[in-house]
Ligand binder design. Sequence first.
Ligand code: FES
Length: 107
Amino acid sequence: MTATKEKKKIFVADRNELSIGLGKQVSVDGVVLALFLQSDGTVNAIENACPHKGGPLSDGIVSGEHVFCPLHDWKISTKTGMAQGADKGCVTCFEVEVNNGKVYVFV
Ligand code: FES
């Protein structure tokens, strides 16, 4: 029998702490995440460590649903976690819920 780990819903930020075009770093249950508010009001949460050499994606330049790593400019989707173009790699994505102005992440 395989053990499954149930995910926990954890409050991480007030919605009004987030700005479109700016990442925000939060720590949840020992995991460091980067939050990104999208223009449609949704929030994406990904592991805050670039798949190249661990750059802090929350400090990157945001363009739409992508963020450019501040260290070597890899382009990462904040929606899928996948590196774009010729670059290969992926960061973990986390499910997000926004409810009454509160942002929750499932970890
Ligand atoms: S660490 Fe992100 S591109 Fe190199």
